[in-house]
Design a protein around this ligand. Structure first.
Ligand SMILES: Cc1cc2nc3c(=O)[nH]c(=O)nc-3n(C[C@H](O)[C@H](O)[C@H](O)COP(=O)(O)O)c2cc1C
Ligand code: FES
Length: 643
């Protein structure tokens, strides 16, 4: 018998106590984020440096440990280091900073102000991570453990109460009771559609046929979305624990974790967590002495957006091309090899141990009437604080973007937010006070989706945004059904024409007609929802489409074919800044001569506009009006450089 194998709830509890007893809560623990983004910024070196420095400075006895954790969420500030128990947060830490952190903060308990996060809005330097606005307004019930746990060590997960919910489910509840608890919690799927999880589990449990399968969907193909990757990397045991509980409730003894090929760390950590769970008797035969058996395999996805769709994903697991099939019956009834197969998203599974551990009542106390619990979003785009955020359902979009995201950079105006990824839509300013909830977002013509959230400012063209998402879906469509394949190709062509000044009367109506056919006749939800970005931008920003088509004008001055750059000779001080920064040497002039742009050489990269000091504002973007002639050669500036 393997000595690590746990055969009862008591043995699990004893192990938890034993791990905790080896830790002195008064001693500092350093957690270094080693999520994908922080690794790119060099966090593995930072982590190694902590191990070496603690030893070098003779502090092994006074520091509890240095831990490599998963993503903390505030990736743009990486590498992020948090020192517990005070929760001192240092951002953009380099390996060179570590000896000072060890000598000052760990040895003497003093803080290093230069490594604090600085609020871009107020300029305030903030010492503790719970006080940083980005974190302060969040409710991190699912994602919060990432900053505490080393995902490569099952003991660490167990020390934080991991697998206690599994023990409760297997040893104190019947499968039916587990199922009823999940139904009562009103948990809805976090992968896009918001389908009630308990109902899906029940369908699989009641469907005839054996074996039954349970599956984790970690395909996550939406551009800009990385919530599932970060959970799978940072807390794989939570997902695995949820999956085993789901297997027990649905009567399944075999499962799959489908991980996208491009997620190497998520894959490694998942495989390792499965091995460790086996060693501890939390997977395999007679789990925790309950008599319940369950095995799980990892399937590496081939990195196609469409393969995240349920029937496509199951075809891929069967070894076929990851393309959708016509669903005459739900995959919950007939999925992998025709067997009942219950597929849920990573975040959905990660909620399950919390629901079983804390109860459906606790879960129901968070959120809105129809959408319970929290949701993790990847907040990206034109917003001051970008990263992964977890908020209670019901928080408004305004709170998400302004309180957590810190608003729009450079004093620009908010224009819209795209939720739901390529199948979602844009939501304009007048709906910013809408509570985040599956049904509320759908009513606005968008959707919750898996959580990709792109904030756009006044410089974003809505036609170009639609073109971007349609192009993405066009490239990702499997091409099997004509409405999706040809519809997307036609939409891309029309939108490109509009953005490039070739739009014609009737284009808007053509978009609407094609979208209707795609919605009615596509094979899978990629096709039925792919026109949403075009329809929602048309719904809220039809005037922008009309300006492009009728006046050949891009109101946001973003479409390159419809925009020119011009230096106002009345405002130019001949400061040479744009002249020096232009990458194509399109700007002429000298220290004493106003500058002008040679239009044939200009690639419209926006550099001159960005570098021209705001006190001069001499560079103008022009769209839909004639370009003024350049100044006569040798024209002297009329303003001096002091502005
Ligand atoms: C084109 C397409 C791509 C999808 N990609 C994903 C994905 O990457 N991850 C995911 O969980 N669900 C994805 N879905 C939704 C799945 O089909 C399925 O509804 C979901 O995994 C069910 O889990 P849930 O009930 O927990 O949300 C996708 C759907 C479509 C149509
Ligand atoms: S990867 Fe480090 S905070 Fe996200």
């Amino acid at each position: 018998m393997d000595e690590k194998r746990l055969s009862s709830a008591d043995e699990l509890e004893e192990l938890r106590k034993e791990v905790l007893s080896k830790r002195d809560p008064a001693k500092p623990i350093v957690t270094v984020c080693t999520g994908t983004a922080c690794q790119i910024y060099g966090s593995l070196d930072v982590y190694q440096e902590f191990i070496d420095e603690v030893r070098k400075q003779g502090l092994e006895a006074s520091v509890a440990e240095a831990k490599a954790t998963g993503c903390h969420g505030f990736c743009e500030q990486g590498p992020v280091v948090v020192i517990f128990p005070q929760e001192i947060c240092y951002v953009r830490v380099k390996a060179e900073d570590v000896s000072e952190i060890v000598g000052t903060t760990l040895a003497k308990g003093e803080v290093i102000e230069r490594l604090f996060y600085e609020d871009p809005v107020t300029g305030e330097k903030i010492a503790r991570d719970p006080d940083i606005p980005f974190y302060k307004h969040q409710m991190r019930i699912v994602f919060g453990s990432n900053r505490h746990i080393d995902p490569r060590h099952i003991d660490d997960y167990i020390a934080f109460g991991g697998y206690a919910a599994l023990s409760k489910a297997l040893l104190q509840m019947t499968p039916k009771q587990v199922l009823e608890e999940v139904k009562k919690s009103n948990l809805r799927g976090r992968g896009g559609g918001g389908f009630p999880t308990g109902t899906k589990w029940e369908t699989t449990r009641d469907a005839p046929g054996e074996p039954k399968y349970v599956i984790v969907n970690c395909d996550e193909g939406d551009p800009g979305a990385y919530m599932d990757r970060s959970l799978m990397e940072g807390n794989p045991h939570a997902v695995l624990e949820g999956l085993i509980i789901g297997a027990y409730a649905t009567g399944s003894h075999e499962g799959f974790i489908y991980v996208r090929q491009e997620y190497p760390i998520a894959y490694q950590n998942t495989v390792q967590s499965i091995e460790q769970a086996h060693e501890y008797g939390l997977l395999g035969q007679n789990i925790l002495g309950s008599g319940f058996d369950f095995q799980v395999k990892v399937h590496r996805g081939a990195g196609a957006f469409v393969s995240g769709e349920s029937s496509a994903l199951m075809s891929a697991i069967e070894g076929k091309a990851g393309e959708p099939k016509m669903k005459y019956v739900h995959t919950a009834v007939s999925g992998i090899k025709g067997s009942p197969s219950c597929l849920n998203n990573v975040e959905t599974w990660a909620n399950v141990p919390l629901i079983i551990g804390k109860g459906a009542g606790w879960f129901n106390s968070i959120g809105t009437k129809e959408s319970k619990g929290t949701k993790i979003f990847s907040l990206v785009g034109k917003v001051n604080n970008t990263g992964l955020v977890e908020v209670p359902m019901g928080m408004t979009l305004r709170e998400l973007i302004y309180d957590i995201g810190g608003g729009i950079p450079h004093g620009r105006k908010f224009k819209a937010v795209q939720t739901g990824g390529p199948s979602g839509g844009v939501i304009p300013e007048q709906h910013l006070d809408t509570p985040i909830d599956f049904d509320e977002l759908t009513k606005l013509g968008s959707m919750m989706g898996s959580g990709g959230t792109v904030v756009m400012d006044e410089d974003t063209c809505m036609v170009d945004t639609a073109r971007y998402f349609i192009t993405f879906c066009c490239e990702e469509s499997c091409g099997k059904c004509i409405p999706c394949r040809e519809g997307l190709r036609m939409l891309r062509e029309i939108l490109t024409d509009i953005c490039e000044g070739r739009g014609e009367e009737g284009d808007i109506e053509a978009i609407e007609d094609i979208a209707q056919v795609m919605q009615d006749a596509s094979l899978c939800a990629l096709g039925t929802t792919a026109a949403n970005p075009a329809l929602s931008t048309l719904k809220y920003f039809r005037d922008e489409y009309e300006a492009h088509i009728k006046e050949k004008r891009c109101p946001a001055k973003a479409c390159k074919s419809l925009t020119s750059y011009y230096i106002d000779p009345e405002k130019c001080t001949a400061c040479m800044i744009c002249f020096r920064n232009c990458p194509t040497e399109a700007i002429h002039g000298s220290k004493n001569m106003v500058h002008w742009i040679e239009q044939e050489k200009c690639i419209k990269c926006n550099t001159c506009f960005e570098v021209c000091p705001p006190r001069f504002s001499a560079v103008r973007r022009i769209s839909g009006e004639p370009l003024p002639p350049p100044p006569a050669p040798g024209t002297k500036p009329v303003r001096d450089k002091k502005g």
